[in-house]
Ligand binder design. Sequence first.
Ligand code: SF4
Ligand code: SF4
Length: 458
Amino acid sequence: MTPLATTSQKKAREEKLGSVVEGRLKTYDPGKDNTKTFVALLRKRMTRQIAASLVACVHCGRCAESCHYYLARSDDPTMIPVWKADQVRRVFKRHVDWTGRVIPGWVDAWTPVDDGDLNRLKDVVFGTCSACRRCTLNCPMGVDTALLIRFARGLLTELGIVPEGVFNVSRDQWETGNQMAVTEEDYGETLQWMKEELQAEMEDPTVDIPVDKPDCDFLYVINPREIKFDPRSIANAAKIFHVAGESWTLPKNGWDMTNFGLFSGDDSLGGWVAKNVYEAASRLRAKRMVISECGHGYRSTRWEGFNWAGVDQRLPIESVVVTLDRYLKEGRIKVDKAKNPEPVTFHDSCNIARSGGITEEPRRVLSRVCADFREMVPNRTENYCCTGGGGLLSMPEYRPLRLEAAKIKAEQLRATGAKLVCTMCHNCVDGLSDVIKHYKLDMKVVQVLDLVSRGIPR
Ligand code: SF4
Ligand code: SF4
């Protein structure tokens, strides 16, 4: 396997390999008192933001109806967001908050006593929450339950008490610089293949998929799933950029903007991956960064990565859908609705809409390129998760519950009568495809780039 990292990235990785990756591989130690380490980490990593969400809850229960898990299993109190957060809150009460030290029984303070307790906590925070933040937006006290879930995931990740899939993907991202362990050869060959295909399709030998071109208007960073399973999405983007006369490039290193640190709660992985992307933009002197269609990649790179990495990141970053909206507004690309005649609905990705603030741009784009665009209900920041968020697609052990919890999503999709559901997130493509298959819906998943590319007349 050829590593994709630059020398400085390799050095950083080697340092991490010693202290972090190998640590992950062997930290889980049945002979060690992991509960003590868990409590020590909880105390050490406590921030004002986390403490505020831990103490602000008044146990009103209003978050219950926000959660797709509870909506599917309303007879099961363990599916209520506040119950899930309470599994962390009780330890906080016991070891940090004064109430738990003075009146532990009254406030239900608790401490894990063995690895069995930590494993049960793992099943709660990884297996019963997709970190969609729908309950967060609907809490009158502003309690961010998903933040508490991620916090607990990070503590368990540090101990190696994680689902195997989370462990494997994190290791791949540490070791190769991308979460699907795509090699440098595969990356280069796939881009070359797409370039040749596009040149033939557009009958234009000047169409390019540039790599490592300095001083471009923007650096385009992608999801490894595009290289591995959906290279056509890169070709679609390249076609549109070509028609718009754009100056752009992909980087040779630091091209993976997805970030498993968001899902595992590992800020050190999150910071390292985000920094690779920021460094690529700076090395190539790009004026902006454009993120392809990925929800958690957008959130990690645009909103969280610089905090995890502790860097002063000032380069403008936007989603490619914002770029497409601008092209249409400025008349840089022309589209024909007749090319997309099927009824289309739009699924707001949690990390794009609720946690990323982008709701109107995709709608403006779809209204221009689709003959029959229809909303699903609820939508925008109130939309339901595709059910594959929070890294759940990498945890097959929780799949039966995830698909059971997808009942509300399936009903929501079916009610639109649409034949296509469009989303601007590769993770949601897989999550929704699973729901469609499981609930036997007559529908296919597409992305915004697909529809815009298809809408461009020859
Ligand atoms: S998290 Fe918010 S909505 Fe849920 S019980 Fe606590 S205060 Fe109420
Ligand atoms: S973040 Fe989403 S999945 Fe998790 S408890 Fe809240 S509503 Fe449920």
